[in-house]
Write a protein that binds this ligand. Structure first.
Ligand SMILES: Nc1ncnc2c1ncn2[C@@H]1O[C@H](COP(=O)(O)OP(=O)(O)OP(=O)(O)O)[C@@H](O)[C@H]1O
Length: 225
């Protein structure tokens, strides 16, 4: 076959890191059925998901993380169908590939800042590199506080530690639930920039779910539930 005709037949299929199809969820039998638009996100792309209170934002985030099983539909992360994984494999997959940023902080109070990050790496079966921890602490402005107890951190410092804990194992996907809703304008901007920078540095996909319209301008892609 001549090169020119071979060339014409080359098809570029864009690889989707995150893909959902026909997702629905129902908390109670006879309860309302929550249904969600399809998501298709190429590697490294970010997405903002907006929606009013009670519309199902946290539910969608939990479906994307495999914390809830959909009534119908599928979630594919890096070509893996989360529905097809048994619970221990799903836990391992989530631990390795997904970073969750919750509004409530998930640090272990009996450990200092540095050891919290070490524990997070151990939990996700990642290699513990002290240097890597130092780098993330520096990126998030927490180096000076590495030996501090969790109780000694301010709200803003705790939030940055929450981000550090979500990104330390280089997840492929970073899911953030209302990361800015309780913040003033200045800190809202800082947190979104930190999340975007962290995602960019590790070539991860960032999905932020929120009702906070202030952050719309930081995202090229957004959907409203
Ligand atoms: N555990 C539960 N049992 C029953 N219903 C639930 C449960 N969790 C959420 N719901 C209902 O499901 C719907 C979607 O809830 P969800 O928390 O996903 O919304 P949300 O958009 O994140 O809301 P908010 O912005 O107020 O946090 C709501 O009507 C809520 O009352």
């Amino acid at each position: 076959m001549a090169y020119s005709s071979l060339n014409k037949r080359v098809v570029f299929i864009k690889f989707r890191m995150i893909q959902t199809e026909n997702l629905t969820y129902q908390y109670k039998k006879r309860g309302a059925i929550l249904s969600f638009p399809n998501i298709a996100l190429e590697k490294g792309k970010n997405l903002l998901i907006l929606g009013e209170s009670g519309i199902g934002k946290t539910t969608l985030l939990h479906l994307l993380a495999g914390l809830l099983k959909p009534v119908t539909g599928n979630v594919f992360i890096d070509n893996t169908d989360l529905n097809a994984l048994k619970s221990n494999k799903l836990d391992k997959f989530r631990g390795k590939n997904i970073g969750l940023v919750f509004q409530k902080k998930h640090a272990i109070v009996s450990l200092n800042v540095f050891n919290n990050l070490k524990a997070r790496l151990l939990f996700s079966n990642a290699l513990v590199h002290n240097k890597k921890i130092e780098i993330v602490l520096k990126q998030l402005g927490l180096s000076e506080l590495k030996k501090n107890k969790i109780s000694e951190l301010s709200e803003g410092q705790l939030q940055r530690l929450g981000i550090a804990l979500s990104v330390i194992h280089n997840p492929k996907v970073l899911l953030a639930d209302e990361p800015t809703s309780s913040l003033d304008d200045k800190n809202c901007k800082i947190v979104i920039k930190l999340l975007k920078n962290q995602a960019k540095q590790t070539n991860a996909n960032l999905i932020v779910i929120t009702h906070d319209h202030r952050i719309k301008s930081f995202f090229q892609n957004s959907i409203t539930l």
